[in-house]
Design a protein around this ligand. Structure first.
Ligand SMILES: Cc1cc2nc3c(=O)[nH]c(=O)nc-3n(C[C@H](O)[C@H](O)[C@H](O)COP(=O)(O)OP(=O)(O)OC[C@H]3O[C@@H](n4cnc5c(N)ncnc54)[C@H](O)[C@@H]3O)c2cc1C
Length: 471
């Protein structure tokens, strides 16, 4: 391994965990390769409205970090990219192959002016907006995206699809007059002031040599389709926690107004269902998702800020608010914002005469309860990314039965993976809030830094050619 490679870190995943680790390492003078599969960085924190326990605006506290890491001289950012191959170098580091997906936009020419997005005539459902808002076919994830460069969704692009259909002979390449037909649309390319659209762009492969790795691939939410008794994802006004964050967010599809997805009306009664799939080995996952009690209290408070005459009810099994100021935060929701807490398990949610019926059992009185709601928010279980075990496996790191990454020593070395030179951070290890993710990411970065400093010391003190053997 080259001397530079031995003290370059690879961070996989650029959520708040990966960003924090990358900045800690780069600000200590060591290069970082940061790989993110989405077009821009930020992970789930970029989707949040305000954050517990301080109710700070999520974008406001995160943007300085995304901008810093995006412009850092020592950070090489690969977005829209994934790790494709890994091999150990002779001296114990890694050579990683990174595949960057074709964006059909030359990012060196693109100035991020946004004209292509504005003029694109086609909209599709946005995964970032959790299905409650659209995006254009050529898009950035959000107005604050870093990097602020768009990608084109080839599957839904009328121009590319018709171009490929003509090339494959599926549609005629000449028009009725016998003239060469041109693919439909292409508005983005016609109007781009710098000619940045590149219809022939292909995926590219790059190799990077690194001396240590931090895996920070984060989490997902249990799909609502796994909970058929709660509508199975078919009821428009039954949304998950991240969708409700987008309804609350000033940068979201409703500009921060809480509106029902089905008809745009202001919901006057919102019911939150905690443990939707968590602590439920039969239907969901056996473990506690740990952060839901807090974010539900936050969301109920924020709903009451937006709709002061609205009613918020929370179904809970028990409230787990372990963290500094967390118990007080939940109490504030109950006492100051009059959020109604119902100790009970919801058995069914269905729609009747334009309202939602939430049926359950009050586990204090052992009586059946039935509540009518305008909107239901499911605090669905936190699960690992489907791809995490595979990417971790490339580095020799194991995942547990649920798919979360496993530390080599859960008690005494929680950020060490057990594989030499590979460290772990954030919600990829299990459900975690932002403060815990950031603390763990700094812990992983400190481990990488101590490894690099040891190597640098050995390189400068050992006779020429012997330094890396000692690493
Ligand atoms: C509804 C809801 C509300 C919340 N509200 C709060 C709150 O108010 N306060 C709080 O403290 N916490 C809150 N949280 C928790 C918070 O979202 C997490 O603590 C935080 O996002 C974890 O950060 P992370 O970097 O570990 O993971 P993520 O945010 O999931 O980021 C992981 C990143 O890795 C990328 N990635 C994944 N796989 C790969 C791969 N193979 N290759 C490359 N990149 C990859 C992803 O695209 C993503 O960008 C909330 C969570 C939910 C669900």
């Amino acid at each position: 391994m080259s001397a530079a490679g031995s003290t370059t870190a690879l961070v996989v995943g650029a959520g708040i965990g990966g960003i924090t680790a990358a900045l800690d390492i780069a600000n200590s003078g060591f290069p970082v390769v940061l790989v993110e599969r989405e077009p821009s960085i930020g992970g789930h924190m970029a989707q949040l409205s305000e954050t517990f326990p301080t109710l700070d605006c999520s974008q406001c506290i995160m943007t300085p970090r995304t901008v810093e890491v995006g412009h850092h001289d020592l950070v090489r950012l690969h977005t829209y990219s994934e790790i494709e191959s890994v091999r150990r170098s002779d001296s114990g580091g890694f050579v990683v192959g990174i595949r960057r997906r074709a964006a059909y936009v030359d990012w060196d020419k693109c100035t991020g002016c946004g004209v292509c997005q504005e003029k694109c005539p086609f909209k599709v459902e946005s995964a970032f907006e959790r299905g409650i808002g659209p995006r254009k076919v050529i898009y950035t994830l959000s107005p604050q995206a870093v990097p602020n460069k768009p990608v084109l969704d080839a599957e839904h692009c009328r121009y590319l699809q018709s171009k490929w259909d003509m090339q494959a002979g599926r549609i005629p390449s000449v028009d009725k007059q016998g003239q060469p037909a041109s693919p439909k649309c292409g508005a983005c390319a016609k109007l781009c002031p710098t000619g940045a659209l590149n219809w022939d762009q292909q995926d590219t492969l790059v190799e990077e040599e690194v001396g240590a790795v931090i895996l920070a691939t984060g989490y997902d939410l249990l799909p609502a389709s796994r909970l058929p008794e709660y509508g199975g994802g078919e009821l428009k006004d039954v949304v998950d926690g991240l969708a409700f964050e987008r309804l609350l967010a000033a940068s979201g599809p409703t500009a921060g107004k809480v509106l029902r997805p089905s008809d745009g009306a202001v919901p006057k009664h919102v019911v939150f269902v905690q443990c939707s799939g968590s602590r439920d080995p039969e239907r969901g996952v056996p473990y506690c998702s740990k952060i839901c009690c807090l974010y539900v209290a936050k969301q109920a408070m924020l709903y009451k800020h937006r709709v002061p005459d609205g009613e918020a009810s929370v179904f809970y099994i028990d409230v787990r608010a372990g963290g500094k100021g967390y118990e007080e935060f939940v109490t504030r929701a109950q006492e100051e914002h009059h959020v109604r807490y119902l100790r009970g398990k919801v058995s069914r949610i269905y729609s009747q005469d334009g309202r939602l019926i939430v049926k359950g059992v009050d586990t204090l009185s052992h009586r059946a309860v039935e509540v009518q709601a305008d909107l239901v928010v499911l605090a669905t279980a936190i699960v690992p990314r489907v791809s995490t075990p595979a990417v971790a496996g490339l580095f020799g790191v194991a995942a547990d039965g649920n798919g979360f990454l496993v530390s080599g020593d859960e008690e005494m070395a929680p950020v060490e993976s057990g594989a030499e030179g590979v460290f772990l951070a954030g919600a990829a290890l299990g459900p975690k809030d932002i403060p815990e993710t950031v603390a763990q990411a700094s812990g992983a970065a400190a481990k990488v830094l101590s490894l690099f400093l040891r190597r640098r010391m050995l390189e400068t003190t050992a006779p020429a050619g012997e330094g890396m053997r000692a690493a």
